[in-house]
Design a protein around this ligand. Structure first.
Ligand code: 3HC
Ligand code: NAI
Length: 701
C-alpha cells in the first residue's frame, strides 16, 4: 500500500514502513515535511503488521537540513519542531533505520542521529554545516554527534561545518553499515530493518552513549584557542564549542537545553543574517530574470585564451584546473614563453606547499597548448580575450576571431573598462559576444562579472553561467556601463577616500578605520598593491570624458612623484625591499598637508565613524543607481560582487545588506548631510534609496 502526501511518502514493504522525505530540491525539513514524518511514525506505530521503519529521502538528498527559508518566521517554531520530530523518532517503540544517500546535512544529520540505526551509501556527504550560516546545530547535533563519533572528530565537524564522505566515517560509530553501491541502499535498509524489527527492544539511542575522552577539558581549550585566531568576527564557532562542552560537563539534557538557547540567540544575529544572505545570494546570482533555467546551453569543451599576460595566464589556469584543454595565443614567442613560465611557477608553488601533486601539475600543463597562430583557435567553443586594454587592440583581435572562430563559438572579452557593445560590433556575430570579467589573480579570485551586451544571446549567458560553476566562480551578471558593477562602485569609494585626505585624514587612518570595519584591505594599501598608475590612467580619461565629475588631485600628485605603489618601493606608504608591510610615509603625509593648504582647506579631525560611513555609503549610493538602471538585477548580486571580489566583510553581508541593517532612513539622512558639506557634489542621492526609505523598506525587502 502506498499513500503520498506532498512532502513525505509512506509505503509498506513486507512488515517495514518506509517514510520518504519528498520535498525537493534537497528535502529541507520545513513544517509540512516535519508534520509528514510524525504522521508517518504514528501510522507505523498503529499498524500491527509494521515491525520496523526506514526513514529515507527521495531525489538528490537524504536531507539538506532545516528549511533555511523558514528561519525567523513563525513556521520555524511551529510544532512539530525538528526537536519534536527527532524525539518522536528516538522514542519510537519500533526501530527506526535511517537510510542516507547523497547528502545528510544539518538537521538532516540530526534527524538521522535520532534514529536507532543508520545506513549510508558510499559517497554521501555528511555534515553539520550550520556554523557556515552563523548558527550552530540546533536539533541535538552538538550533543548526539560527540556521542556517536567522539569528541575530537565531532568538534572538528561542528566547528568547521565541512562535509565528510560517508565511507570515511565507516568506522566512526556513526553508521551501522556503509553500502558500497548506492543503488543497493534501499534493499540493504529494508533487510537491516527486518532484522532489527525481529529483535527485542529497546533499541539503541545515541543519546545514551557516553563521551569518552582522556582529556576532554584540554581538547576543548585547544579548540577554543584555534577558533579564537580564525573566527573573531563570528560568534557561532565559539558557541559550537560552548554547547559541546555543556553536554560533556552537564549531560545530554542540559547540553540540549543550552544548545537550544544558543541557537535561538544566534539565528537573530546580524552575522547569521549576513551568512544566510550570502548563501542565497550566491544561488540567486546564477538566475537571470529573463533567461529561463531550462535555456539550452552550448557545449564547451575546448577553450582559447588570447593574451598570456597577468590575466590571460590566470584565466587559462581556471579551465585547465577543470580539465578543459586550452589553446593560449600570443603575438610573440617570448611573451608566450613568459606566460607559460608564470603558469608553471604558480603550479610549482602549490606543489611546494603540498597542495598539488606533481603529476597533477603535469597533467594540467599538458592540457595547455601554446600557439602564435589564430588557426589553432578554429576548434575552440569559447575564446576569452585578455590583451592590452586598448580599444584598437581589442578591435584587431575581435575582427580576427570573427574570421577564424567556428559558428556558435562564444567570444568573450576580459575588458575591465571598455564597452562590450563596441567590442561586439567588431564582429558579425554580436549575439555570441559577452564580457567575462575575471579579477586578479584570476586563478584565485572567486568573482566573475559576466557582462551582458545589448545583443548577447540568452543561451550564451546561460552557457557562461553554467561554465562559471564548473570553474568554481561566483558569476554575477552586469549590464554594460563604465566599470560594470564592482569598479563603478569602487570609484565612488576611492573618490571619498581621497576627499577625506584633502579634508584632514591621512592614509593610515583611513585604512585602519575601514579595516577595523572588516575590509580585508583599506583603499590606500589596496591601491599601492594594484599600482597607483592604474587609477591615474582612469582619472586622466575621466577628466576628458566627464569634466563635470570632480576629483581630488592628491592622487595625481602622488603619481607625479613616481610613487606607483609596492612595485616602485613607495606609494601612499613606504616599503622596504622584500617586505610588503606598509610604513606610513612622512613624505606623503607632508605632501597631503601641503595640498590641503594650497587648496585653502582647513584640515579637521575626521572620525573613524565618518570614514566608514563615507566609504561604505558611497558604495551603497552607487549600488542603488546600478539597480535603478538595471545594470544589476538584484541587490544581492551587488553584495555577491563585493563579498567575492572586493574583500567586503562577509559577516556584514555586502554593502546593500549592510545598508538595510543600518536602515535606509539613516543612510539617506547621512548622504544628505554629506551632500551639504565640502565635496558634497559627489553625493547625488540615488532616488531608489529615498523611495525605499519612504516606504520603510530595504534593498532586500
Ligand atoms: N533550506 C532551504 N533551501 C535549501 C537548503 C536548506 N537547508 N539547502 C539547499 N537549499 C536550496 C538552495 O537554496 C537551492 O535553491 P534554488 O534551486 O531555488 O536556488 C536548492 O536548494 C539547491 O541547492 P544547491 O544549488 O546548493 O544544490 P547542490 O546540489 O549544489 O547542493 C546542498 C546541495 C549540499 C544540500 C547545498 O544546498 C547545501 O549546502 N545546503 C545547505 C545545507 C545546510 O546548511 N544545512 C543546514 C541548515 S540549518 C539547520 O539544519 C538547522 C538545524 O540544525 C536546526
Ligand atoms: P598584460 O599586459 O599583463 O597582458 C596582456 C597580454 O596580451 C600581453 O602578454 C601581450 O603580449 C598580449 N597581447 C597584446 N596584444 C595582443 C594581441 N593582439 N594578440 C595576442 N596577445 C596580445 O595585461 P593584463 O593585466 O593581463 O590585462 C589584460 C586584460 O584584462 C585587459 O583588458 C585588462 O583591462 C583586463 N583586466 C585586467 C585586470 C588586472 O588586474 N590586471 C583585472 C581584470 C581585467
Amino acid at each position: 500500500m502506498a499513500v503520498n502526501d506532498a512532502a513525505v511518502g509512506y509505503t509498506t514493504h513486507d512488515g517495514v514502513a518506509v517514510i520518504t522525505l519528498n520535498n525537493p530540491p534537497v528535502n529541507g525539513l520545513g513544517l509540512s515535511t516535519r508534520a509528514g514524518i510524525v504522521a508517518g511514525l504514528e501510522r507505523a506505530q498503529n499498524d500491527a503488521a509494521v515491525k520496523a521503519i526506514v526513514l529515507t529521502g527521495a531525489g538528490k538528498a537524504f536531507s539538506g537540513g532545516a528549511d533555511i527559508t523558514e528561519f525567523n518566521t513563525p513556521k520555524a517554531t511551529q510544532e512539530p519542531t525538528l526537536a519534536t520530530v527527532i524525539k518522536a523518532v528516538e522514542d519510537s517503540a519500533k526501530p527506526v533505520v535511517a537510510a542516507i544517500h547523497s547528502v545528510a546535512m544539518g538537521g538532516g544529520l540530526e534527524l538521522a542521529l535520532g534514529a536507532h540505526y543508520r545506513l549510508a551509501a558510499a559517497g554521501a556527504q555528511i555534515a553539520l554545516p550550520e556554523v557556515k550560516l552563523g548558527i550552530l546545530p540546533g536539533a541535538g547535533g552538538t550533543q548526539r554527534l560527540p556521542r556517536a563519533i567522539g569528541l575530537e572528530a565531532s568538534l572538528n565537524m561542528i566547528v568547521s561545518g565541512a562535509p565528510v564522505l560517508s565511507e570515511k566515517l565507516a568506522d566512526s560509530g556513526l553508521f551501522d553499515e556503509v553500502v558500497a553501491n548506492p543503488a543497493e541502499l534501499a534493499e540493504a535498509a529494508l533487510a537491516f530493518a527486518r532484522k532489527a524489527g525481529a529483535k527485542e527492544g529497546p533499541h539503541p539511542k545515541v543519546r545514551e552513549r557516553k563521551i569518552e575522552h582522556p582529556n576532554a577539558a584540554g581538547f576543548i581549550q585547544f579548540a577554543r584557542n584555534s577558533v579564537a585566531a580564525i573566527a573573531k568576527n563570528f560568534p557561532a564557532p565559539h558557541k559550537c564549542i560552548d554547547a559541546v562542552e555543556a553536554g560533556v560537563q552537564n549531560g545530554f539534557d542540559k547540553g540540549l537545553a543550552f544548545e537550544r538557547e544558543c541557537f535561538v540567540a544566534l539565528v537573530q544575529t546580524p552575522e547569521s543574517r549576513a551568512l544566510r544572505h550570502a548563501f542565497f545570494g550566491e544561488r540567486a546570482a546564477s538566475k537571470i530574470p529573463d533567461v529561463p533555467s531550462d535555456t539550452p546551453v552550448r557545449e564547451i569543451n575546448q577553450v582559447g585564451v588570447v593574451g598570456a599576460g597577468t590575466m590571460g595566464g590566470g584565466i587559462a589556469m581556471n579551465f585547465i584546473n577543470a580539465g578543459m584543454p586550452v589553446t593560449l595565443l600570443e603575438t610573440k614567442q617570448e611573451a608566450l614563453d613568459r606566460g607559460l613560465a608564470t603558469i608553471r611557477k604558480n603550479y610549482e608553488a602549490s606543489v611546494r606547499k603540498g597542495k598539488l601533486k606533481p603529476e597533477v601539475m603535469e597533467q594540467r600543463m599538458a592540457l595547455l597548448k601554446p600557439t602564435l597562430s589564430y588557426d589553432d583557435l578554429r576548434q575552440a567553443d569559447l575564446i576569452v580575450e585578455a590583451v592590452f586594454e586598448e580599444l584598437g587592440v581589442k578591435e584587431q583581435v575581435f575582427r580576427r576571431l570573427d574570421e577564424v572562430a567556428k559558428p556558435g563559438a562564444i567570444l568573450a572579452s576580459n575588458t575591465s573598462t571598455l564597452d562590450v557593445d563596441k567590442i561586439a560590433a567588431f564582429t558579425k556575430r554580436p549575439q555570441d559576444v559577452v564580457g567575462m570579467h575575471f579579477f586578479s589573480p584570476a586563478n584565485v579570485m572567486k568573482l566573475l562579472e559576466v557582462v551582458r551586451g545589448r545583443q548577447t544571446a540568452k543561451d550564451v549567458l546561460a552557457t557562461v553561467m553554467k561554465l562559471a560553476k564548473k570553474i568554481k566562480k561566483t558569476a554575477v551578471v552586469s549590464g554594460v556601463c563604465d566599470g560594470f558593477i564592482g569598479n563603478r562602485m569602487v570609484e565612488q569609494y576611492v573618490r571619498q577616500a581621497l576627499f577625506m585626505l584633502e579634508e584632514g585624514a591621512l592614509p593610515a587612518q583611513v585604512d585602519r578605520a575601514i579595516e577595523k570595519f572588516g575590509f580585508a584591505m583599506g583603499p590606500f594599501r589596496m591601491s599601492d598593491l594594484a599600482g597607483n598608475d592604474i587609477g591615474w590612467a582612469i582619472r586622466k580619461r575621466r577628466y576628458v570624458e566627464r569634466p563635470d565629475m570632480h576629483y581630488s588631485k592628491i592622487a595625481d600628485r602622488l603619481c607625479e612623484l613616481g610613487r606607483f605603489g609596492q612595485k616602485t618601493g613607495g606609494g601612499w606608504y613606504d616599503y622596504k625591499a622584500g617586505d610588503r608591510t606598509a610604513y606610513p610615509s612622512s613624505v606623503v603625509d607632508d605632501m597631503i598637508r601641503a595640498y590641503s593648504k594650497e587648496a585653502h582647506v582647513e584640515r579637521r579631525k575626521i572620525s573613524d565613524e565618518e570614514i566608514v560611513e563615507r566609504l561604505v555609503f558611497a558604495l551603497v549610493n552607487e549600488g542603488a543607481k546600478i539597480l535603478e538602471e538595471g545594470i544589476a538585477s538584484k541587490a544581492s548580486d551587488i553584495d555577491m560582487v563585493y563579498l567575492t571580489g572586493y574583500g567586503f566583510p562577509l559577516y556584514r553581508g555586502g554593502p546593500m545588506l549592510y545598508a538595510d541593517t543600518v536602515g535606509l532612513y539613516n543612510v539617506e539622512r547621512a548622504i544628505r548631510r554629506y551632500a551639504a558639506r565640502p565635496n558634497g557634489d559627489a553625493w547625488k542621492l540615488a532616488p531608489g534609496i529615498a523611495k525605499l526609505a519612504g516606504e520603510g523598506r530595504g534593498f532586500n525587502g
